[in-house]
Design a protein around this ligand. Structure first.
Ligand code: NAP
Length: 333
């Protein structure tokens, strides 16, 4: 098998393509021939030892995969060789083969290509949990999405539209704004790549003008940093502010703001929710597959890289250049 391994902490240039012996599945595990792996922001952090989970080295990044089952370990009854699956792996996905606990794999619909399947669970799982379980988003409400052209952000646009909401997509370039319009965003706004105090005030005013009324009912914040406070200042009375991610840094928020807005600041930790509420997660996955079957969701894959060039895939996210999803494909390697 081949794997792109992180051998020392650092950027994508530190990853090394390595040939390793094929693994065998232990009891309760399945061996998967990986066909595609989705790229996500945590991959950029994990290889630098900046993520909350630090796998022992050497490890391959790649938190979600799709492929076919090659063999099953002792005690596995619900999968058989040939089954097409997707899985949330945490890491290890940038490889041609992978063993994983059978409980973490999900069979995929026949009509779902491996590339779509590898770009499905992480972004749609997170954004559905955020908008449905954490924000209780209602039809007719207005959602502001920060970082709306990224992986979880673009999934949030599609899901919020499918749930009947009005979407304001906030991004850092014209190019990304056009992409969000194509996904169904009702309004777009472009914020600067760096914000000073005046730019923060201008951003707040712009959001309020686009949201109308009191402000946005729900803020989906996948960016953090200096963008968080102006977004919170533009939330409606009784709004829900979803804390999703911090590519721009972890913000500090003056606690008078939630008091003045009568709003909730709500943490979203999808990975933990999957383990704490497996039944709720399974329900959400079935609903997401149904929406995919109805073509209300479709992962927007804007760039594809073979495993030999997977480091470049991580570089796109690093440089804030990715739109929608970036995927690594293994083909017949
Ligand atoms: N809470 C959870 O359960 C959960 C689950 C999944 C992911 N996440 C988090 O959600 C965030 C987004 O993940 P993703 O996979 O969707 O990433 P992504 O595709 O790279 O999108 C991140 C977006 O953040 C914006 N951004 C702002 N400042 C940035 C910077 N300094 N570097 C890079 N991007 C920057 C970029 O949009 P603009 O250029 O338009 O600003 C970019 O499109 C990450 O922090 C990730 O860890 C959280």
């Amino acid at each position: 098998m081949q794997a792109l391994l992180s051998v020392t902490p650092g950027g994508p240039e530190t990853l090394e393509l390595t040939t390793l012996p094929d693994p065998t599945p232990a009891r309760g595990e399945i061996l998967v021939r990986v066909r595609a792996a989705g790229v996500n922001f945590p991959d950029t952090l994990m290889i630098r030892d900046l993520y909350q989970i630090k796998p022992p080295r050497p490890f391959a990044p790649g938190g979600e995969i799709a492929g076919e089952v090659l063999s099953v370990g002792e005690g596995v009854a619900d999968f058989a060789p040939g089954d097409r699956v997707l899985a949330l792996t945490g890491h290890g996905g940038f490889a041609t083969h992978l063993t994983l606990k059978s409980s973490t794999a999900v069979k995929i619909p026949d009509a779902m290509p491996f590339e779509d399947a590898a770009c499905f669970i992480f972004t749609y799982g997170t954004s559905y949990h955020a908008l449905k379980d954490r924000a209780n988003l209602q039809a007719g409400e207005t959602v502001l999405i920060l970082g709306a052209a990224g992986g979880v952000g673009s999934a949030a646009i599609e899901l919020a539209k499918a749930m009947g909401a009005r979407v304001i997509a906030a991004v850092s370039s014209e190019h990304k704004a056009t992409f969000c319009q194509e996904l169904g965003a009702d309004e777009t706004l472009i914020y600067p790549r760096e914000l000073d105090r005046a730019a923060q005030k201008a951003l707040s005013a712009r959001i309020k003008a686009l949201a109308g009324g009191d402000g946005a009912d729900v803020v989906y914040d996948a960016v953090g940093g200096d963008y968080a406070e102006p977004a919170l200042r533009s939330i409606a009375w009784g709004g829900r502010y979803l804390v999703v991610g911090f590519p721009a840094g972890i913000p500090s928020i003056p606690l008078n703001l939630p008091l003045l807005k009568g709003c909730q600041i709500t943490g979203v930790f999808w990975g933990a929710s999957v383990f704490r509420d497996p039944a709720g997660h399974a329900r959400n996955m079935q609903e997401l597959f149904r929406l995919y079957g109805q073509r209300k969701l479709a992962p927007r894959i804007s760039a594809r890289f073979p495993l030999t060039r997977a480091a470049e895939a991580i570089g796109l996210l690093d440089r804030r250049e990715a739109r929608g999803k970036v995927v690594v494909t293994m083909g017949d390697m």
